[in-house]
Structures are given as structure tokens and as C-alpha cells.
Write a protein that binds this ligand. Structure first.
Ligand code: CP
Length: 326
């Protein structure tokens, strides 16, 4: 049996950033920092999740999230199973709830889920005895993306509080934006949203976010420039006149970036559309862009989340905001 240290983690699932405290977020980031160091060594494996089973259930495409959750589980010694909707009995008409009940009967220890519908992962978590981790649900939340973004920023700039973070692009459809706004707000950052009116949700001011429709104004003095993809798969109809016009007004290029702080970092969760939301040379600029670093941090953050959730004794009743049983 593994000698697993205890943790302050009080939640059973990680369904979103909403409800996490600053100390819970810091605990995940601190542990992830240790896993960054481990992942840079030749021997990357530990056995802390030895004997445990992790199922990755993806109803949407993914490169970064699915691969890094698989790597994370394997580097901690878990048995990892990958399932996609197209290769499951969902294709034969099985419901989400029946799929959950079926998987639950196999006694997994964690279930990592991506689903196109907001709230689907929370619904699934109510049917599972194991920890459920949201790997992105519709336009609702993508908590581990926000955590890896925070880790990237904290390692580069040493803090999150007091930084000015400009989130630019398709905020309306973005679960990445929502989770980042929640997390960075909890940790004391100053938040700006820059987008055309058609790509902004209504409640930005209630979330403590300053809204801009002009890139030059919104980027002025920013520490972090976080670009977002136009999420066409979540759009019914046209939200922008053309991608060419969108790039002209909202694509990040050298002229627009010059309004931000000289040392401002460029971020993008990926996948990126070069020449639509970001200039290709800027995306690859090793002095300004931390896009590859974000991917590296993704593995470490997911190891930290899997590790911390596994420390919660299985016989302890579920408590906290990320569970249905409070
Ligand atoms: N950032 C992100 O979620 O990327 P994937 O869709 O490739 O997982």
C-alpha cells in the first residue's frame, strides 16, 4: 500500500474552479511545481497511484488534455483506459447515465470526462462512486486548463495577484475563459475581456471583468495577453463578418501587442488558428510566447490533481462545493 500524505483537499470531484479557495488553488499549483521538476528528469515515474484505475472518457476531440491526462496517470503509476464516444456503446444509443453506471460497476478510481454539453460532467459525477474530473464541458468550465495557465504565469512572473490579464477573442463560447476568469479573480488578478460585442457574454461586470471592444485600449499596460480560438463548433450562424476582418480587429499582431507591457507574455490554450486569432510569428516567438510551456504545465497540473484527489480517503463522506453531497 502506498504511503499517501494527507492534503487539505475537501472536494471529491474537480468539476470546476467555482467553489475552490485560494489555498486549495495554491496547494494544486505548489504540488504541480514539484511534478514539473519530476517530469524534466529521465525517470519520470512514481507509484503513488499504483493499483488504481483511471478512465478518460472523451465525447469531444482533444490533443492536449487527453494526452496529458493519460501521461499524468501513467507517470503516477495508475492503469489508464482511454474511451471515446465514437468507439463506445453511446454510438448504439446507450445514454450518458447508463454509460456512467456501466463504468462505475468496473470500480474505477477516477473518471476524466470531456463533453460538449455544459453540466454533463456534473450530472455524470452524481452517478459515480469515484472522483470525476471535468476535462471541459461545453462552454461551462475547463478547470485544469485554468490551473495550468495559472501555473505558467506564476512560474514566469512569480505571482498572480495584481497582474493585469487581458483575455481576447471568443469569450462567449469559451470554457477556458470562464475558468480563467474565476481562478484569476480568486487569486487577485485584474481581469479584462476584449472581444466584439457578439462574442461577449452578458455578465462580465458581475464577474469583476472590465470589458473592451478595442484591442489597443484593452491591451494597454497588460502583463498577460491570453488569446482564444474562434469556437466555430459552438456557433449557430455567423458571429463575425469574416475571419479576415476578425484578424484585422482582434487578431494579435506586433502592432497590437506593442500596447501591452514590453515584457507581456502571450498565451493561447490551443488549438490555435494561425492568422485568425494570432500572428504565426508571435505564436512562435520564444521571448514572448509561453504556448509550449502551457502544454508542459498541463501534464504537471493534471498529475497534481490526480494525486490530491487520490489522497481523499474513499470512506470519507463527500463534502465541499464540487460535489452533490454537501
Ligand atoms: N486546450 C485544450 O483543451 O486543448 P485540447 O482540445 O487539444 O485538449
Amino acid at each position: 500500500m502506498n504511503d499517501i500524505p494527507t492534503s487539505a483537499v475537501s472536494y471529491r470531484h474537480l468539476l470546476g474552479i467555482e467553489g475552490l479557495s485560494p489555498s486549495e488553488i495554491s496547494e494544486i499549483l505548489d504540488l504541480a511545481d514539484e511534478y514539473v521538476a519530476q517530469n524534466r528528469r529521465v525517470d519520470k515515474k512514481r507509484s503513488i497511484l499504483g493499483g488504481r484505475t483511471q478512465i478518460n472518457l472523451f465525447f469531444e476531440t482533444s490533443t492536449r488534455t487527453r494526452t496529458s491526462f493519460e501521461l499524468a496517470g501513467k507517470r503516477l503509476g495508475a492503469d489508464v483506459i482511454n474511451m471515446t464516444a465514437t468507439a463506445s456503446a453511446i454510438k448504439k444509443g446507450e445514454t450518458l447515465i447508463d454509460t456512467a453506471a456501466t463504468l462505475n460497476a468496473m470500480h474505477p478510481d477516477s473518471l476524466v470526462v470531456r463533453h460538449p454539453h455544459s453540466g454533463a460532467v456534473a450530472l455524470l459525477s452524481q452517478k459515480m462512486d469515484c472522483s470525476v474530473i471535468n476535462a471541459g464541458d461545453g462552454s461551462h468550465e475547463h478547470p485544469t486548463q485554468a490551473l495550468l495557465d495559472a501555473l505558467t504565469i506564476r512560474r514566469r512572473l512569480g505571482r498572480l495577484d495584481g497582474l493585469t490579464v487581458a483575455i481576447c477573442g471568443d469569450i462567449l463560447h469559451s470554457r477556458v475563459a470562464r475558468s480563467n476568469i474565476l481562478l484569476l479573480g480568486i487569486m487577485g488578478a485584474r481581469l479584462r475581456a476584449i472581444a466584439p460585442p457578439t462574442l461577449l457574454p452578458g455578465a462580465m461586470d458581475r464577474m469583476g471583468v472590465e470589458v473592451f471592444h478595442d484591442m489597443a485600449e484593452g491591451l494597454a499596460g497588460a502583463d498577460i495577453v491570453m488569446m482564444l480560438r474562434l469556437q466555430n463548433e459552438r456557433m449557430n450562424g455567423a458571429y463575425v463578418p469574416s475571419t479576415r476582418e476578425y484578424y484585422h480587429f482582434y487578431g494579435l499582431d506586433q502592432d497590437k501587442l506593442a500596447k501591452a507591457k514590453p515584457e507581456a507574455l502571450i498565451m493561447h490554450p490551443g488549438p490555435m488558428n494561425r492568422g485568425v486569432e494570432i500572428d504565426s510569428e508571435l505564436a512562435d516567438d520564444i521571448n514572448r510566447s509561453v504556448i509550449r510551456e502551457q502544454v508542459e504545465m498541463g501534464v504537471a497540473v493534471r498529475m497534481a490533481v490526480l494525486d490530491l484527489l487520490s489522497r481523499r480517503p474513499s470512506n470519507q463522506p463527500p463534502v465541499g462545493p464540487n460535489t452533490d453531497e454537501t
